[in-house]
Design a protein around this ligand. Structure first.
Ligand code: GCU
Length: 839
């Protein structure tokens, strides 16, 4: 019992599987709050169980119980007793308690929070605002912050939406954290407990809408049965003030499977189509009376849209906007519209597409249309300039689309804390008409005087108890909500709140996770794509591992135009695609001119020789080499940094994160070697520091003596050291690779680069003079969650290390690999690394 209390005081009790995210209400150490007087009662000024005010009362009681071990009862009748906490709308409060002195100015969803008087007031502009205020108060308490405050807070953007890309069959597009919590087998799931839990988490960070289905929308979401199901989802969202949003398929009126029979056309100007959507909207509102609105991806990546009928994109958006108007709903219409292009055309540029498609439509949209714009002009790359469309729509409200799902950024298997990247866009000043025009003030509606505006994130929450498949990735979801509320916050401050709430306030814990997280985006950018070249993942397949060549020679137009001599997209007006001219003058001038273009976007805007000198003084190619070594070295340090937390957080999460950080450290080397080898091979320019292609501690598997293994040429070549690996001769046999060690006797770190494909669970054993030193199994497709690969490539390549392995010069290393399924126990190389060397 004493032991339990002690553990409880450290916040280490219940199973920490991640389900409660940052809402754990872990007990604070007793001594820290003895001076604080806690309220004796909670008065929640609404007794209806579906009301967010009711939820706020319950949540506060739960928080007091968890944090302080104190039972505080909740009542719903106003009383004048002192030392109570009152939560409700300002209107309800004033009915019972009289006019608030100095009533605060609040926008929709805003709140007033004061613990200065004898009564704690948590008062919302609306019910939802009251709940947000309660969560904010709980966040303070859970972090041991007992300061006296009295302030009003309102959200910057009205629409704070998450977009789940969930399919009706239960899969999630770009999902790495398990199956959908909403759908399975074509239907809404029966048990919506997780959907309710999700709403709770989102409400705590001020998110007010979840679009539950994929932008690549399946029409059967609109079947009679599924519309009822959507009603059930909305029911579990409602107590948290979260509204349901719906992605639509533009061709639905022409497709069977929905609640209304097909009418043979989806032309947005055909009265039959207008009537169809009006009727459909009524049916949906019957089931979901508080639906927030629609999200539409039209004429994009194969999705149908108005252009099919030679109608405009605004005709398309307005088709949905009008039937939503009587219900107060809005249309989020996506600007992600582009055509496939031909690389042989020097002036072709996908980055220009959004402005080309939307600029002239400004003023043609209904008032309840918001244009949802990805933060950069291409597609969630590791670094992009701000989308110029934000500076080209004045009469139309806009929303920024961010991606919590780390589609191109390590798929939640690499730690990448994204807010510093998002802030490069949110804080970017577009200088429209030479006036301050920060993106965050454009999307809030402030800059161009709109009431609407939004901050949106694509989120891939799934059934995994960690929600995203990774505990640390949750900082991105948390920070997204915080920035949607107020983008003028420091990413590190937000992160540290998240750390204290998710783990605890131990200074080592806060410092270590802060350090890793804040270094993580720079590290990832360094070992993936530099100087604005884009991420260099495999863009044709799984968007995960490196495959630089995949950017080229296809219509997706994410070209780097890299060749033996030069690299980069010329997007200038004078010689290139003219993209730079889509920005207002000051920004155009900055990017048009190579001298004023920042190094980190050089290759986005300019085509230069590999030997071009950067502002930093380095050449482009040397920068590539150095960045890849620096970034992967940085990723190595995340492991020991994490290890400082042993015993300071629960073992469950400690081990889980350690596993993932160890994987990232290895995969960052796969990235490093792939990219530097690729460009070294292309340019023939040596690395000034002699590292590239020089691996004195490596033994290539193909150079070992093989029995039952054969040499395999890996594609792309740079996914394997020296382009070759070994695989078993058949898929059901065992192979052996042996070699005599020429390294001096001593203790080494033993590293293996092998391939773990989907479709089998091969096993490997490594012996030194018949002493088993390492064994492993190819099961990472089950344990990691990123999009798997059936091939030997840079997505399936894994590097694993065993520390402190003793060898004698002349010992025999033997690797035995047993194939399974389609996995032929592939091995690329092994390394024996003296202390301090990582290669
Ligand atoms: C990316 C992503 C797709 C997604 C699309 C979109 O291209 O890879 O999966 O459908 O963006 O945002 O619509």
């Amino acid at each position: 019992m004493r032991c339990l209390l002690l553990l409880a005081s450290l916040g280490l009790v219940a199973a920490e599987n991640g389900l409660n995210a940052w809402l754990r209400y872990a007990p604070l150490p007793r001594g820290t709050y003895s001076h604080v007087s806690l309220p004796s009662d909670i008065i929640a000024l609404n007794s209806s169980q579906t009301s967010p005010v009711y939820t706020a009362g319950q949540e506060l009681a739960k928080g007091f119980e968890g944090i302080f071990g104190k039972h505080v009862s909740v009542s719903h009748k106003a009383s004048k007793a002192s030392s109570c906490l009152v939560v409700g709308t300002i209107d309800e409060y004033e009915k019972s308690y009289g006019k608030l002195k100095n009533a605060p100015e609040l926008k929709d969803d805003g709140y007033w929070l004061s613990n200065k008087g004898s009564t704690i007031q948590i008062l919302g502009q609306n019910e939802r605002g009251a709940l947000y205020g309660a969560f904010q108060y709980l966040s303070m308490l859970a972090q041991g912050d007992f300061s006296k405050v009295a302030y009003a807070s309102s959200p910057a953007t009205a629409a704070r939406w998450v977009n789940q890309w969930d399919n009706m069959d239960g899969s999630i597009e770009r999902g790495y954290g398990g199956a959908s919590i909403f759908f399975s087998n074509g239907l809404v799931v029966d048990d919506l407990t997780r959907a309710g839990d999700y709403a709770r988490i989102l409400a705590s960070i001020g998110v007010n809408t979840v679009v539950v289905n994929n932008v690549n929308a399946n029409v059967t979401t609109l079947s009679t049965e599924n519309i009822k199901g959507l009603g059930r989802i909305a029911d579990v969202f409602r107590p948290y003030g979260v509204q349901l949003g719906l992605s639509l398929n533009f061709a639905a009126p022409n497709t069977s499977g929905t609640a209304i029979p097909p009418i043979g056309t989806y032309d947005p100007l055909d009265p039959k189509v207008v009537a169809w959507w009006t009727n459909m909207t009524e049916l949906i509102y019957d089931a979901v009376p508080d639906m927030a609105g629609y999200l539409v991806k039209a004429d994009s990546e194969g999705q149908p849209g108005p252009l099919v009928y030679n109608r405009t994109l605004s005709d398309g958006a307005n088709l949905f906007a009008r039937p939503l108007q009587p219900h107060g709903g809005i249309v989020m219409f996506r600007a992600f519209v582009y055509n496939l292009l031909n690389e042989s055309d020097w002036k072709a540029d996908r980055a220009k597409a959004a402005v080309d498609f939307f600029k002239d439509l400004d003023g043609k949209f209904e008032d309840n249309v918001v244009i949802q714009i990805k933060f950069g002009p291409i597609d969630f790359q590791v670094r992009e300039p701000t989308s110029p469309l934000f500076a080209n729509l004045f009469k139309t409200p806009t929303a920024i689309e961010l991606e919590v799902a780390q589609e191109y950024l390590g798929q939640q298997c690499h730690l990448v804390y994204l807010p510093p990247l998002w802030k490069t866009v949110l804080d970017f000043d577009l200088r429209v008409q030479n006036k301050p025009s920060l993106v965050r003030n454009i999307i809030s509606g402030e800059r161009f005087n709109h009431k609407l505006g939004g901050t949106v994130a694509v989120v891939n929450v799934g059934t995994n108890t960690t929600w995203l498949g990774s505990h640390l990735a949750m900082s991105n979801l948390y920070a997204f909500g915080r920035l949607a509320w107020n983008a003028d916050q420091d990413p590190q401050d937000i992160l540290q709140d998240w750390i204290r709430l998710t783990f605890n306030g131990n200074p080592t814990v806060v410092d270590s996770i802060t350090q890793m997280s804040m270094e993580s985006w720079p590290a990832y950018e360094n070992y993936s794509g530099n100087l604005g070249i884009q991420t260099l993942t495999d863009i044709l397949f799984n968007h995960y591992g490196p495959r630089a060549a995949s950017q080229e020679l296809n219509g997706y137009a994410q070209w780097t135009r890299a060749d033996h001599d030069s690299v980069g997209m010329d997007r200038t007006l004078k010689n290139g695609t003219g993209y730079s001219r889509q920005y207002p003058d000051e920004i155009y001038n900055m990017y048009e001119n190579i001298d004023t273009t920042p190094d980190n976007l050089l290759l986005w805007f300019h085509h230069v020789n590999w030997t071009h000198q950067l502002h930093s003084g380095k050449t482009v190619i040397q920068h590539f080499y150095d960045a890849h070594y620096d970034g992967s070295n940085m990723a190595q340090t995340f492991v020991p940094t994490w290890e400082t937390l042993k015993g300071k957080i629960d073992n469950e999460r400690y081990n889980d994160v350690l596993f993932r950080q160890t994987y990232q450290a290895g995969h960052s080397l796969v990235w490093r070697d792939s990219i530097v080898n690729y460009f070294h091979n292309m340019t023939s320019i040596p690395d000034k520091h002699g590292r590239v292609g020089n691996h004195p501690w490596r033994i290539e598997a193909e150079d070992m003596e093989l029995d039952g293994y054969k040499v395999y040429q890996v594609n792309p070549f740079e996914a394997a050291s020296n382009a070759n690996a070994i695989v078993t001769i058949t898929n059901s046999t065992t192979g052996t690779a042996t070699t005599k060690l020429k390294f001096e006797s001593g203790t080494y770190d033993f590293a293996v680069n092998y391939f773990d494909q989907i479709g089998g669970k091969a096993t490997w054993k490594a012996y030194i003079d018949d002493r088993l030193v390492a064994e492993w199994i190819g099961n990472m497709e089950d344990t990691l969650g990123h999009a798997p690969s059936p091939y030997l490539d840079s997505s399936s390549a894994i590097r694993k290390t065993w520390h402190g392995v003793k060898i004698k010069k002349g010992d025999t290393l033997k690797i035995v690999g047993k194939a399974d399924g389609i996995e032929p126990a592939g091995v690329d190389y092994v390394s024996f690394l003296p202390k301090g060397i990582v290669d």
